[in-house]
Design a protein around this ligand. Structure first.
Ligand SMILES: [Zn+2]
Length: 261
């Protein structure tokens, strides 16, 4: 909503929302405000106006405001101009509002995995300005609303392979297992654990209905279909292997580390 999408006639309500968030922070009723944005706009004035609402106040807004964004090695950033724009927006943001925390989420696609194996420092340019968390690609309930079983999810995942850019899903399980070692060495146990548990932070979809507010949980919306191992169906995300679950592979990797230690 920070790229001029808020219609002029709703401007008053839009800023009233930020005033309300400010008051809740001041009164200690909430601890943080997270603003999710793609950071892909040429003019950041909307975002800056909203951020200024917080920093004009007397209380200490530092470290209460967090920008949640995401980075793709493919997809949105196939076009290098967009990637440059995103990075410039983060750099400028950190210059203009140095105490705003920025958190970037990235999907562990086949492409990302290959890049990290080749160069474990690949994401260092992002971590200069932002913290980072990783997630593997999965099909959610929203993508597959009529699915009743594992086969339906699997079919949908393979169908989406045609729609997404090449290398979107994890094509090769053995490469992922190799990747886990590189990833652990670079990012440590916590980030490996974050791949299967809730990471430190994630953006949520907020759907507002007339009568009530429903927070749609983007990450747990496949909870009604489980694999035999007890994990969610989205664990079957290897293209070349429909027998192994990624959650089990990561858990086994962590267990082996504990045995070594
Ligand atoms: Zn499993």
């Amino acid at each position: 909503m920070f790229d001029g999408q808020v219609p002029q006639e709703l401007n008053k309500e839009w800023f009233a929302l930020f005033d309300l968030l400010n008051t809740l922070l001041e009164e200690n009723k909430i601890k943080e405000v997270w603003l999710a944005t793609a950071l892909l706009y040429n003019n950041p004035i909307d975002l800056y106006q909203c951020l200024s609402c917080f920093f004009e106040k007397n209380y200490n807004a530092n470290q209460c405001i967090r920008i949640c964004t995401s980075y793709d090695t493919i997809g949105r950033f196939r076009n290098s101009q967009k990637e440059e724009l995103w990075l410039n927006n983060i750099k400028n943001l950190k210059e203009d509002f140095p105490f705003v925390e920025v958190h970037t989420q990235t999907i562990l696609t086949q492409d990302t995995i290959e890049k990290l194996i080749e160069n474990p420092n690949y994401f260092d340019f992002i971590t200069e300005y932002s913290t980072i968390d990783f997630r593997y690609p999965s099909i959610s309930r929203k993508d597959c609303p009529t699915a009743t079983g594992i086969k339906d999810y699997r079919a949908m995942m393979l169908k989406r392979l045609d729609q997404f850019p090449k290398k979107f899903f994890i094509e090769d399980r053995s490469l992922f297992l190799k990747f886990l070692k590189v990833f652990y060495k670079k990012y440590g146990l916590q980030k490996v654990q974050n791949l299967i548990h809730q990471p430190e932070m994630r953006s949520r979809n907020l759907t507002i209905y007339v009568e009530d507010i429903n927070i749609e949980d983007r990450w747990n919306d496949t909870r009604d279909v489980y694999l035999d191992c007890g994990h969610l169906v989205d664990g079957l995300c290897y293209v070349n292997d429909d027998r192994h679950c990624i959650y089990c592979d990561i858990e086994k990797f962590i267990k082996n580390l504990e045995n070594i230690e």
